[in-house]
Design a protein around this ligand. Sequence first.
Ligand code: ASP
Length: 438
Amino acid sequence: MGIKVAKFGGSSLACAKSFQRVFAIVMADPSRCYVVPSAPGKRFSQDDKVTDLLYVCHDHVQRSLPFSDVFKQISQRYLGIVKELDLDLDLTPELQLIESNMQKQSTADYAASRGEYLNGIILAAYLGFDFVDPALAVSFDQNGCFNLKRTEEKLVEVLASHPRAVIPGFYGAMPNGSIKTFTRGGSDITGSIIARSIKADLYENWTDVSGFLMADPRIVSNPKPISVITYSELRELAYNGANVLHEAAIFPVRQVGIPINIRNTNEPDNPGTMIVRQVDNVDSIGDITGIAGRKDFVIVSIEKALMNSELGFVRRLLSIIEDHNVSFEHLPSGIDIVSLVIIESQLAGKLDQIIAEIRQQLHPDKVEVFHDIALIATVGQSMAYRSGIAVKLFRALADAKINVRMIDQGSSEMNIIVGIENKDFEKAITAIYQAYNS
Ligand code: ASP
């Protein structure tokens, strides 16, 4: 029997009812040996996430404001779950210790991590699994950087004596024992590194959607689900705005080829999306896998005759933006022209100075700036060997009377990125989606 690591997000563990659903899912498959919980998420749209409340407590302590009301709200959520599940578990000593540690000015990371910690204790008791504190194994160095090698070694050692365990997500510890968290949404990363360390056959990531959809459902009504996607395609879609999984959660399992299965706790029979290294039967896949995009970019175009033969031109251009602490997202170029595509907010208060330096140092013939640009990535690995895919995209945009300001096809030939005006964003996504699905 293979081993699965099952990570459950905050919306899957927000109340006693959702714990019951998680129980049924874990018990239905004995290979689900390691379970990684998030902190309780929202139960309804106006509700608070426990992690957010913990940060509020910490902030109050920092500003010498009382925090017992907010802490009480947190305690009640956990105690309510324990009571409704009818567990023989007294969380009060844990809650008292956490409150007193917070009072003594513990760090923000300590405060935030307690959301997962407490949920882990409850879930372990409910499932009858061992509780393993990730502070024993998930290791950060003294500068707070995650140490994968040490974590793997420790996880193998610690989990050897726990064949079935609940390991809270989101945090680990530094060499001096102080708690350190990943960035927000980081329980996805914990699940991924556990799957890698124990050489799991599958990393299941249970959330409140049935995997990835071909386009954002807030823009396209009822987009088709994506049943299989490669890590590389997912990376492109996630970078371009499709968010289901923490970006950093892909790398640990990708390197060793463990597939990720995105599943829906509220619809456990739905197979969700399988994220794999490669799809063997390429003829079975559609022309494109998905469409994603982001708004609010700026394009800075620099034109100069014979730029192609001027040694170091682009290097000097890039050092100018680097000196201003600005990074670029894309760099499409022609013979005598190069364009920098930059996230608009990065340039706040800096653009005029950057342009002045480009003029002074590089003596271009022309510098043009285009604001309010949206980028849309149409992603699919079949683009590399199937003809007629790009034509559908550009015909759809032309028919919708959308002016394309930039085209960039990555050298992987896995995506075509178009730059259009912000105002055309939703119309363009809808047009592209329809072009490939009608
Ligand atoms: N609870 C943390 C957050 O809200 C981590 C997670 O849910 O993955 O960001």
